[in-house]
Design a protein around this ligand. Structure first.
Ligand SMILES: C[S@@+](CC[C@H](N)C(=O)[O-])C[C@H]1O[C@@H](n2cnc3c(N)ncnc32)[C@H](O)[C@@H]1O
Length: 273
């Protein structure tokens, strides 16, 4: 957790902001231990090993997919064993990470001094791609093993990313605070999709941008069978129309969209009515 993200945070219990930092222990400019206290409701939440735990003892989903996300071995192996090749496998074309991350940065166009949040970040791939000097980058996930791995990877690269354990349906960030939000592959397993998208809309500044990469329903019959099996594990594959309606319902306006087989990349903007 880095001090520059503190003004963007709000109390996970009552949404009050700002929070007061208590007893910080800093190492190389990072707040590695301490607590955040809300002066409105008195709630106190810990920063431990560099990660702010805004979720505490709150219940977390226990679907089979989510259970694997709480296993340290999954967190360690996710990027090297799967993520680098995932889009090539699922899109049916050569789709290297370099291309995905270039698209992310070109569409979000991060600007110094602004806040960018990677929602349901796993090992922090998008957060690391966005983390340029002068930017304020935060990343949330509800899996502590994934957040620890994400922090390990960004520290190894000398990058300043603030990690927060939180639910995508209750982001502990102030209204209108982020210039950009990114979500890579998480909407499919996030649970309440509308709740998560509402939160993205809430924390985005007017005209802020949202980069969403997710999977949609397969067109082939074998693909649909596979997706039905994965559905039993807690992964949902919406029809493209359903996905787009979900965005519209929360006033996220589609600016561009690319579909490669089941991979959808959508650039959205917070719509002002
Ligand atoms: C497909 S992975 C994300 C991959 C990552 N964004 C990337 O691009 O490499 C899904 C992640 O979402 C997290 N997750 C799922 N539901 C969540 C929720 N409701 N709130 C916070 N994190 C969630 C899981 O713990 C897991 O780390």
């Amino acid at each position: 957790m880095y001090a520059e993200l503190l003004p963007a945070l709000c109390c996970p219990a009552c949404s009050h902001s700002p929070l007061t930092l208590l007893g910080p222990l800093e190492e190389a400019g990072e707040i590695v231990a301490g607590a955040l206290r809300c002066s409105n409701c008195g709630a106190q939440t810990a920063i431990l090993d560099g990660v702010w735990d805004a979720l505490g003892d709150a219940p977390v989903p226990l679907t089979p997919t989510q259970l694997t996300n709480y296993v340290p071995l999954t967190a360690r192996g996710y990027e090297p064993a799967w993520r680098w090749t995932a889009l090539s496998i699922m899109s049916g074309r050569h789709f290297p990470l370099r291309e995905e991350l270039t698209l992310l940065c070109e569409l979000i166009q991060p600007q110094p001094g602004n806040v960018y949040i990677d929602v349901a970040c796993s090992a922090g791939l998008y957060a690391r791609a966005l983390a340029q000097p002068g930017l304020i980058v935060g990343a949330i996930d509800h899996s502590m093993p994934f957040l620890r791995e994400a922090r390990r990877l960004s520290l190894a690269r000398g990058q300043r990313v603030s990690y927060v354990r939180a639910s995508a349906q209750a982001l502990p960030f102030r209204d209108d605070v982020a210039r950009g939000v990114a979500m890579g592959g998480s909407l499919n397993e996030i649970g309440d999709q509308q709740g998560a998208l509402r939160e993205v809309h809430r924390i985005l500044q007017p005209n802020g941008v949202f980069f969403c990469m997710n999977l949609v329903a397969a067109g082939s019959s074998w693909g649909r069978v596979l997706q039905r099996l994965l559905g039993a594990g807690g992964i949902d594959f919406p029809l493209l129309d359903e996905l787009n309606q979900s965005f519209t319902r929360v006033s996220l306006e589609r600016r561009a969209q690319w579909i490669w087989r089941v991979v959808a990349v959508t650039l959205l903007r917070r719509h002002e009515s």
